[in-house]
Design a protein around this ligand. Structure first.
Ligand code: GLY
Length: 309
């Protein structure tokens, strides 16, 4: 049994492994692993404390995938619910749909008993206001939403700091039955245009998992993973005989076709084959990922391979 994660997921790995050790499923584990990250106010890329959209509203995306039957559940641009991963799981298990967004996702979360709350932490609100004021002058912070709405597109283009767009958390697990599952949860691109969806809720882009071959999940600039179908491409590379490392490297090669300036290509992936062999890659020079097995008491962080675009 094993669970891998993006580095910021290390705080969730132990409780996920405890579930697997008690006979729980990979789906239960990858959902549970997300909760401490979604609760963490210091993680500005996930759940409570996530950086908001350009209007100062936290909008969350999440997806979960069951590798045994290729079932999936996703929510996009959901406001006010700090555990979108659990809403996504309920979409997968209780609806005939795969994805809900916006008001529909919020209606469903409420129907399932989740309590709505303000997810904008004081620290995230200050960073949002300071960011706008720093770029456009103090009247932005003072005049509030009227000005922001007038220049909304320009303001959403402010999120060029890789630390603000590269967040998100990924988990991929193999349980005691050999079944796989994967989860991704995020607040997305800081100061994004309202309604923007990244790769995290898009099955095949930011998340994909298939018991027969393996799983892959992404963090970074979601638009890139959407345009390259990065997660499913990686898993299909494994299907056609590549090792997990070869599969990730070949999928990343596609990013060279995007015509983007090299310094704007910001992408990270964790991947694991059906036998539990794992590999992670990043366009950033130094990046880690995390994993835990049933023989470990605590998760370990190890370096990702670097991909030079
Ligand atoms: N990878 C997260 C996002 O772009 O929203």
């Amino acid at each position: 049994m094993i669970i891998i994660a993006s580095a910021n997921g290390d705080i969730g790995l132990k409780q996920g492994m405890d579930i697997l050790k008690k006979g729980g499923t990979a789906i239960e584990a990858v959902e549970s692993c997300c909760w401490p990250v979604e609760d963490n106010p210091l993680d500005n890329s996930v759940g409570y404390g996530g950086y908001p959209n350009v209007l100062g509203v936290v909008e969350l995306d999440a997806s979960i995938m069951d590798g045994k039957f290729l079932r999936a559940g996703c929510v996009g641009a959901i406001k006010g619910y700090r555990h979108p991963i659990s809403v996504a799981r309920k979409v997968m298990e209780e609806l005939h749909h795969v994805m809900l967004v916006g008001e529909g996702a919020e209606m469903f979360a409420k129907e399932k008993g989740y309590t709505a709350e303000n997810l904008l932490s004081p620290e995230a609100e200050k960073t949002w206001k300071d960011g706008l004021a720093g770029k456009f002058g103090p009247e932005w912070a003072n005049d509030g939403l009227a000005n922001i709405k007038a220049l909304i597109s320009q303001a959403s283009a402010l999120a060029t700091d890789p630390q603000k767009v590269a967040g998100t958390v990924n988990f991929i697990a193999i349980d005691g039955h050999g079944d796989m599952a994967s989860s991704v949860t995020t607040s997305g691109w800081a100061w994004k245009y309202p309604g923007r969806l990244g790769d995290s809720p898009i099955i095949g882009a930011g998340n994909y998992c298939d018991n027969r071959y393996g799983g892959a999940a992404c963090t970074g600039l979601g638009e890139i993973a959407i345009r390259t179908s990065l997660a499913r491409t990686t898993v299909m590379n494994m299907r056609f005989g590549m090792s997990v490392e070869e599969a990730v490297r070949a999928a990343f090669e596609d990013m060279r076709a995007l015509g983007m300036p090299k310094d704007k290509v910001n992408m990270n992936m964790v991947a694991m084959d059906a036998q539990g062999r794992h590999f992670a890659m990043s366009t950033n020079p130094t990046a880690d990922y995390a994993y835990i097995t049933d023989s470990m008491d605590a998760p370990a962080l190890i370096p990702r391979a670097r991909f030079e675009v």
